[in-house]
Design a protein around this ligand. Structure first.
Ligand SMILES: CC(C)(COP(=O)(O)OP(=O)(O)OC[C@H]1O[C@@H](n2cnc3c(N)ncnc32)[C@H](O)[C@@H]1OP(=O)(O)O)[C@@H](O)C(=O)NCCC(=O)NCCS
Length: 148
């Protein structure tokens, strides 16, 4: 199976939205309006992972000056633990560095053990906790990683 990465286009919106819906429970998944707004953030960029032409994951980032931000990274469940998330993250970190970013931040739910393990494996460290960050009142870890 060949994995390819490419920048998303406006035509990918429904596909990205469906992947996001599949990756998060309804209370946390973005509404279409939220998702559109994130795609319009300053410096927003979305990289899609495809296998045999089918989208199986994506990573949406934004940046302003030297500060980068991972809005979300989503890999469809049946394609996880095969390095797809790692390939997406390497690519977005490379792109953010090329834009002059020297630190990347993100939030992840304190109960999302697989995501926390993923971020730690890739050098992201917890800087604090946002109480009641998610709808429904769940807390989030704020994590950052310096990049060069
Ligand atoms: C987090 C996520 C993107 C990881 O994608 P992935 O393609 O499975 O990640 P990779 O295969 O590249 O994993 C790299 C490493 O991360 C760690 N990791 C990933 N998933 C893990 C899990 N469920 N349990 C423990 N460690 C995990 C491991 O160290 C793994 O390396 P290994 O497989 O050699 O042990 C994926 O689980 C996902 O889409 N989750 C739902 C959406 C989400 O929660 N996104 C993050 C929110 S901020």
């Amino acid at each position: 199976m060949k994995l390819t990465l490419r920048t998303s286009t406006p035509e990918d919106f429904e596909t990205l939205y469906e992947i996001d819906q599949a990756c998060y429970e309804p209370a946390i998944a973005y509404s279409k309006r939220e998702f559109r707004n994130y795609l319009r953030f300053p410096g927003a960029e979305c990289v899609i992972a495809e296998e045999n032409g089918k989208a199986i994951g994506f990573c949406l980032t934004a940046h302003q000056q030297a500060r980068g931000y991972i809005i979300t990274i989503d890999v469809l469940e049946k394609f996880r633990r095969r390095g797809v998330g790692t390939a997406l993250l390497s690519e977005v970190e490379r792109r953010l560095a090329a834009h002059g970013v020297n630190e990347i931040g993100l939030e992840t739910a304190t109960g999302n053990e697989s995501a926390i393990a993923f971020w730690q494996r890739h050098g992201y460290r917890t800087r604090g906790v946002w109480k009641g960050y998610y709808p429904g009142g769940r807390d989030a870890f704020s994590m950052t990683k310096p990049i060069t």
